[in-house]
Design a protein around this ligand. Structure first.
Ligand code: PLP
Length: 377
């Protein structure tokens, strides 16, 4: 086993950025409740205000549009519950925070079919919108957490406009990896999560357009302009802001660096195993993600093999129970059952480098050689 670990699971949680860590430590030491009027409280308020500006800037929004939450899951639930929409239309490949969040509202939920690359079928969406069953809220993610495939959110917004439907996008995986512009997308609401871009777990945001009335899901205080009760997670929010600012300032350079590394990693993967399947390989994807399956290697064998070689990756769907299950996302894409249960997701991040790709390739070559030897025996 290699003494040096290679972390290639940034879509599960990225690595804390040094800027975020420094800002969080300073905030923890400074203390103060942003609702208090004394100097300590005012200091905490200033820190939260700065973070709000930094997070807004990442997606080209204005600070007052940002509602801080306990993470992407809460932001998605808030979006699905708060608008007064009478029915929900979500893609068949949404994260459980949207799938279960939508079901939990008690509203009628329709799923939009996706094609073999996991992209939503716009004609299927239009057919759903044509059913005159009251105002719809459409929720389609900007980028998928398993395959990285990008969805045509702007086209969805255009279509929604013809039917007076609202649009929410879960941009948890896209933000910080590609340019995400709230005004250019034209959505009504957008979800972010700090730990996917170098902040910490347990903090996220819902960005809400001006004029959209939203009833709060978490009641109990006047925080966040009465849109989310509860004392703010000040250190988490401050770290989120610092991570968002760092991600924003290096975005275009990081994007080309990461996509080169990813393409190299993918090429090395295919070099000795040409029959590997790359999910969503035929569509536009996030620059950091490769989701692949080997026709006769189960995901748990691969996961353990990589882990023993010092490489952290995840199964196509790292479900919270820690079990490797067949991915509903890949199943919705029509993937063959053996491939869907053998999927491995490799996701690079802000601190990934050439050595990580080399170590991944060495690990893969060993795993593949062992597999060949076993088959030949
Ligand atoms: N949405 C997507 C696409 C995700 O990948 C995740 C996390 O895996 C979430 C939402 C949930 O975010 P959080 O972990 O901040 O609750």
């Amino acid at each position: 086993m290699s003494p040096v670990r290679t972390y290639l699971d940034h879509n599960a949680t990225s690595v804390l950025r040094p800027e975020a860590k420094a800002a969080m430590v300073e905030t923890l030491e400074a203390g103060g409740n942003p609702s208090s009027v004394h100097a300590e409280g005012r200091g905490a308020r200033r820190r939260v205000d700065l973070a709000r500006e930094q997070v807004a800037m990442l997606v080209g929004a204005r600070p007052e549009m940002v509602i801080f939450t306990s993470g992407g899951t809460e932001a998605n639930n808030q979006a699905l519950r708060g608008t007064g929409a009478e029915r929900l239309i979500i893609s068949a490949t949404e994260h459980p925070a949207v799938v279960d969040g939508a079901r939990g509202t008690g509203l009628p939920v329709d799923l939009i079919a996706v094609d073999g690359n996991g992209m939503v079928d716009l004609e299927a969406l239009e057919a759903l919108l044509q059913a005159d069953d009251g105002q719809a809220l459409i929720s389609v993610m900007t980028a998928n957490n398993e395959t990285g495939v990008l969805q045509p959110v702007q086209e969805i917004v255009q279509l929604a406009g013809n039917y007076n439907a609202l649009v929410h996008t879960d941009a948890v995986q896209a933000a910080g990896k590609i340019t995400v512009s709230f005004p250019l997308l034209g959505v009504d609401m957008l979800t972010l999560s700090a730990h996917k871009l170098g902040g910490t777990q347990g903090v996220g945001a819902l960005v809400v357009r001006d004029g959209l009335e939203l009833s709060a899901m978490v009641l109990g205080g006047g925080q966040e302009l009465r849109r989310r009760g509860g004392t703010e997670n000040v250190p988490g929010i401050v770290g989120f802001g610092a991570a968002a600012a760092a991600a924003h300032s290096e975005l275009s350079k990081a994007q080309s660096k990461i996509s080169k590394l990813r393409d190299d990693l993918q090429a090395k993967l295919l070099e000795n195993s040409p029959h590997i399947h790359i999910f969503s390989g035929g569509a536009e994807r996030l620059p950091n993600t490769v989701c692949f399956a080997h026709p006769d290697m189960p995901a748990d064998t691969l996961l353990i093999g990589f882990d023993l070689e010092g490489v952290a990756v995840s199964s196509g769907s790292a479900c919270s129970s820690g079990k490797v299950a067949k991915s509903p996302v890949l199943t919705a894409m029509g993937a063959d059952s053996a491939l869907a249960s053998g999927a491995i997701r490799v996701s690079l991040g802000w601190n990934s480098n050439v050595e990580d790709v080399e170590q991944f390739a060495r690990a893969w070559n060993k795993i593949a050689a062992r597999h060949k030897a076993r088959k030949a025996a």
